[in-house]
Design a protein. Structure first.
Length: 515
């Protein structure tokens, strides 16, 4: 026994002292490894048990049968046991034991076949539902290595306090079915029909003996292992008895009685396995079950509010009310996403199918552009640019009308330009000095372009540029006789007004130059 620590705690505060410690059972005061409080209602089936000055853990697998470790039962009569249902042995409901059964081939020297059962003298509390043992047909194999096991027990915590139900998850690392046992890491040795895990990130320790290692198959939780032994410091490995290898042993004691856990009808004397327990009948009613707390094995009404769904998710979740299955509320699949088409599939419920890419999904704001759908999502458009680059307009965007440009007050300064200081007038930025571009040439038309500065355009020949003066070839020259009227020529700025006189003038000049 020097190789292993059998994981039993001394229950000093729970039972009278003075009984001799069983051979091979050690107590090192080692805390449970990284345990957390177990508040899962399904684990109400996990129990603490005291006998003499010791404590173990176990699991209720039928209405009145507890599965535990052989080293927790060997050498004690049924009357020595107190069973505790609850999160702590200090605030719990107690039951007592009428019968015990240790595996006939339990080898206390080599820790082989470490499995036993106790029969309660009365049924468990009504809020406790048995958790079935893992049948051989669903047994643990090498394919499960790496999968998660959940260990639960009442062993000591890191502060040395025992008696509170703790849980810890760990991966399955070794499965041993060899008759001679198996070598495992750090010099450890697994006996035949054991499943083992390292202690990282956590695992069971003292006081957890007999407690379950849970595994889930197709949504159903089963007792896959019974905590048995580990290394002396609970630091490297912990091993549990492989429950599925002992199915016939379990059935012989449970006896296929009503309320016993089952995986198939062949395990039940009644021939009916319903809701995971041996049942009196098939429970034909939609709102009847055979595993209601306090009534295991009998078809009774389930509590109001229990789901009784049909095959159509679209009509909502039906629930039992007073023993009758009442309709649910139809699914409302509507949503505010303009880029999906809503539908409901009876098998999978609400469906949201993307509309065609590019479909408009406009909001009420034209200023942020035209939105469109892509892959079922509404993408933003290009935001409107309302800047007209006119310093004399006030630019804004109305969510309904779009861009607007209101003229600022006349006289508002609009900066210094190419033509000198400028101010707004009628929505335009104009030079404040009207003569800023005057080049003093009467034969040019002068003005200010706010974007480029002063501009000068040559006036046409014949343009009156003074009294008895006219523009000719960009020069202001004396005009010929104005029709014999001396210098009384017209000063019209209209080029066409002097067109005829200009023609006569040119003809006279030509004639004058001839010899």
């Amino acid at each position: 026994m020097s190789r292993f620590l059998i994981l039993v705690s001394v229950a000093v505060s729970l039972a009278a002292c003075g009984e001799q410690q069983p051979v091979g059972i050690g107590h090192l005061g080692i805390p449970i490894i990284n345990g957390q409080t177990d508040s899962n209602p399904a684990h109400n089936a996990v129990i603490a048990m005291t006998f003499g000055q010791y404590m173990c853990s176990g699991t209720l697998i039928s209405s009145d049968v507890v599965l535990t470790a052989a080293h927790c039962v060997e050498g004690y009569s049924a009357s020595a046991y107190t069973i505790y249902f609850g999160s702590s042995v200090y605030s719990s409901t107690r039951r007592y034991v009428s019968d015990t059964l240790v595996h006939p081939y339990w080898d206390s020297q080599n820790l082989i076949n470490d499995i036993a059962m106790l029969r309660l003298s009365s049924q468990a509390p009504s809020n406790v539902t048995p958790i079935p043992y893992l049948p051989h047909s669903l047994g643990i194999s090498q394919l499960d290595v790496g999968g998660i096991l959940e260990y639960v027990g009442y062993g000591e915590d890191e502060y040395g306090n025992a008696g509170s139900k703790l849980t810890v998850d760990n991966a399955l690392d070794w499965v041993c079915t060899s008759g001679g046992g198996c070598s495992i890491g750090n010099g450890g040795w697994a006996v035949s029909n054991s499943i083992c895990s390292d202690q990282s990130p956590g695992g069971p320790c003292e006081g957890d003996s007999g407690g379950p290692a849970f595994v889930t198959r197709s949504g159903q939780e089963y007792v896959a292992g019974v905590t048995s032994y580990g290394d002396q410091n609970c630091a490297y490995f912990g091993c549990s008895t492989k429950v599925d290898e002992f199915e016939s042993f379990i059935i012989d004691f449970v006896g296929g009685e009503l309320g016993a856990s089952c995986a198939g009808s062949a395990q039940c004397n009644s021939g009916y396995c319903v809701d995971g327990v041996c049942c009196e009948s098939t429970c034909p009613g939609e709102c009847e079950a055979c595993n209601v707390g306090g009534n295991w094995g009998h078809c009774v009404q389930v509590p109001s509010g229990t789901p009784c769904p049909d095959a159509n998710l679209c009509d909502g979740t039906e629930t039992c009310q007073g023993g009758l299955c009442s309709p649910g509320q139809a699914l409302d699949c509507s949503n505010s996403n303009l880029c999906t088409d809503e539908a409901c599939d009876p098998a999978s419920g609400c469906l949201y199918n993307p509309v065609t890419n590019g479909t408009a999904c406009l909001n009420s704001n034209v200023c942020d552009g035209e939105e469109s759908c892509f892959a079922g999502m509404c993408r933003s458009g290009t935001t409107l640019d309302c800047d007209d680059h006119n310093p004399c307009s006030d630019d804004s965007c109305d969510t309904h009308l779009g861009c607007s440009h209101a003229s600022v007050d006349d006289g508002t300064a609009c900066g210094g330009g190419f033509c000198g200081a400028a101010a707004c007038s009628g929505g335009h930025c104009l030079a404040t000095d009207s003569g800023a571009c005057d080049d003093q040439d009467p034969c040019t038309d002068d003005w200010c372009n706010p974007d480029s500065g002063c501009e000068h355009e040559t006036r046409p020949d014949g343009y009156a540029c003074g009294e008895c003066m006219m523009c000719l070839e960009q020069q202001c020259v004396e005009a010929p006789d104005c029709g014999g009227s001396g210098c009384g020529c017209s000063h019209s700025s209209n080029p066409a007004a002097g067109a005829g006189g200009l023609a006569l003038l040119l003809l006279a000049m030509l004639l004058w130059r001839r010899p």
